[in-house]
Design a protein around this ligand. Structure first.
Ligand code: ADP
Ligand code: MG
Length: 266
């Protein structure tokens, strides 16, 4: 049994405080949904957890089985068992999915000769076209194909905890079901713990969250059982949805530097 504890996590981007004290605990095998209005800080939370450059952590800790991840570089967080499915998976010209996963296996002392078979099996499970496995990662892939690619990586790597940032966006109904089933199977087969960021209950109907949290203005403002997701679907984020206030002289959405992870097709 593993535990991921996020405690009082605070972070700034471009001088502006986005995360203002996030507290969340996820145990092996649990699925926690994080919902919340646009701009609440959901993607920021996922990036800060994985250690993306450009964010300054100003408080709190993130403990995976008692080890603080925040001082570690991203690759060590991955080796510790944390996985991020990105909202906008990037293209990596010249590097195939298979190369990436083989390198990850080698770097963590696992047998990389197993990778092609594992990748093939995982691709079949989520309907990810075999043609894409040897091509540059994410090159010319649709949004939905990129999400399936992320899910193949998750299946092959077998992390202890996965943060999935809108894994459902761009997926059609069949793909959504296949991806959700794969993730749910991991929660029982290998005890994967999941932090699923989403706007839609359609994902949660398949993924069956144990807890649903609302993140607003950089904090978890309410947490409840799966019924909260249904409630939010009818009420929206009334009361939580106001934009985060801009500090005087701070960075604005319009004035911020370009995001290298932004979806060029959005
Ligand atoms: P969500 O995923 O909940 O929609 P984000 O975490 O993407 O929200 O963004 C939270 C806030 O942080 C938004 O106001 C956004 O404009 C701001 N933000 C995100 N990334 C950057 C960045 N690189 N530079 C400046 N501001 C950013
Ligand atoms: Mg986001």
């Amino acid at each position: 049994m593993s535990t991921l504890v996020i405690e009082g996590l605070r972070a700034t981007v471009a001088g502006r405080e986005i995360l203002r004290g996030v507290d969340l605990t996820v145990h092996s095998g649990e699925v926690h949904a994080v919902m919340g209005p646009n701009g609440a800080g959901k993607s920021t939370l996922s990036h800060v957890l994985m250690g993306r450059p450009g964010y300054t952590v100003t408080g709190g800790q993130v403990l995976l089985d008692g080890v603080d991840l925040l001082p570690l570089p991203t690759w060590k967080r991955a080796q510790a068992g944390l996985f991020l499915g990105m909202q906008y998976p990037i293209e990596v010209p010249g590097v195939s999915l298979r190369d990436v996963l083989a390198e990850a296996f080698t770097a963590s002392g696992r047998d990389a000769t197993q990778v092609p078979a594992l990748v093939g099996a995982e691709a079949a499970r989520v309907g990810f076209d075999e043609r894409f496995l040897l091509r540059s990662m994410n090159a010319d892939l649709s949004g939905g194909e990129r999400k399936r690619n992320e899910t193949v990586q998750l299946g092959v790597l077998g992390p202890r905890f996965a943060v999935l940032d809108e894994i459902d966006s761009g997926l059609d109904v069949d793909a959504l079901r296949a991806v959700s089933r794969r993730i749910e199977a991991a929660t029982t087969e290998s005890g994967l713990g999941v932090l699923a960021i989403t706007h839609y209950t359609r994902l949660l109907k398949e993924l069956h969250p144990d807890r649903v949290h609302v993140l607003s203005k950089g904090r978890i403002v309410t947490s409840a059982g799966p019924e909260l997701a249904d409630e939010l679907e009818s009420t929206g984020y009334a009361g939580w949805a106001e934009d985060m206030e801009e500090p005087a002289g701070g960075a604005t959405a319009a004035g911020r530097p370009p995001d290298p992870f932004a979806d060029p097709f959005a």
